[in-house]
Design a protein around this ligand. Structure first.
Ligand SMILES: [Ca+2]
Length: 154
């Protein structure tokens, strides 16, 4: 999994967290995207506001219609993560061939009242990113049929 924060969201305080994700198939067989779930971990810095998540853009077949984006809560909460963004795919998104990549899968989350997130305490955020450059990123995790296949959980 490769990642960088969308260009307008590289600051500490943001209305929306917008990770840009690239999943690369480094294995030896095609990877059905519908078997994958990806998690981006953060703290929402508010215990009262509901989270709203969505897919913003992807070049995968069917575009965002075949991408599911939900939020979840970590129990117990950690200082670097009490919530996560979970990205999944329907069968229409197809498979990644060997060596293939999704490229530029852009998802977002905001609070119902659009109050700022503080990204300085977010596990998955890369505060060192300054450009649209893919970086292998172990702090975003990927699961295949529920088994961790990339990254380190917080
Ligand atoms: Ca936070």
């Amino acid at each position: 999994v490769q990642y960088y924060p969308e260009s307008t969201t590289r600051t500490q305080f943001v209305e929306s967290i917008i990770p840009q994700i690239n999943i690369v198939n480094t294995g030896t067989e095609p990877l059905p995207l519908s078997e994958l779930k990806l998690r981006y971990y953060f703290t929402k810095d508010s215990q009262t506001q509901a989270l709203e998540a969505a897919c913003s853009w992807t070049a995968l077949p069917g575009t965002c219609a075949n991408v599911t984006v939900t939020t979840g809560t970590l129990t117990p909460a950690l200082t670097v993560a009490d919530s996560y963004l979970e990205v999944g795919f329907t069968a229409g998104a197809g498979s990644l061939p060997v060596g293939g990549q999704t490229l530029d899968l852009i998802v977002r989350v905001n609070k119902a009242n659009w109050s700022d997130f503080d990204q300085s305490n977010d596990y998955s955020f890369d505060p060192t990113s300054t450009s649209d450059t893919w970086k292998d990123w172990s702090k975003v995790t990927l699961y295949r049929n529920g088994t961790l296949i990339w990254g380190l959980q917080p």
